[in-house]
Design a protein around this ligand. Structure first.
Ligand code: SF4
Length: 111
């Protein structure tokens, strides 16, 4: 796989999710390296990102070698790309591993 793509895509956003549970919400996605180590699903296959329909996106974002803080910065930029006209579901997959990461996503994402 192209290493530039791996490095550049630790997170993404979508203006209008097709997931029926999100009902036209915007949403973001991040890889496993954004997830807290205390998540009981992180080392199992019970995580939705590992087994659900968005598995390929989760794998792509997980291949990024960026630290959680850098992933958060990237995700914040993704949030800024959205119109803001829809409700936002942050982290359909992924999470903020640290308080600083959560602050970056919320502050710099304009939330
Ligand atoms: S995506 Fe959610 S459930 Fe899966 S490992 Fe990360 S925090 Fe845990």
């Amino acid at each position: 796989m192209d290493s530039n793509i791996e490095h550049k895509t630790p997170a993404s956003s979508i203006e209008k999710s097709r997931n029926t549970k999100l009902i036209d919400c915007s949403t973001t996605y991040a890889g496993l390296n954004s997830c807290p180590n205390c998540c009981p699903f992180k080392k199992t296959n019970s995580c939705y990102g590992k087994t659900g329909p968005i598995n390929m996106m989760f794998i792509k974002h997980t291949m990024s070698d960026l630290c959680p803080r850098e992933v958060a910065r990237f995700e914040a930029k993704e949030i800024k790309k959205l119109s803001g006209k829809r409700n936002l579901r942050i982290h359909s997959i992924g999470d903020c591993r640290t308080n600083l990461s959560a602050q970056i996503v919320s502050k710099h994402g304009g939330l």
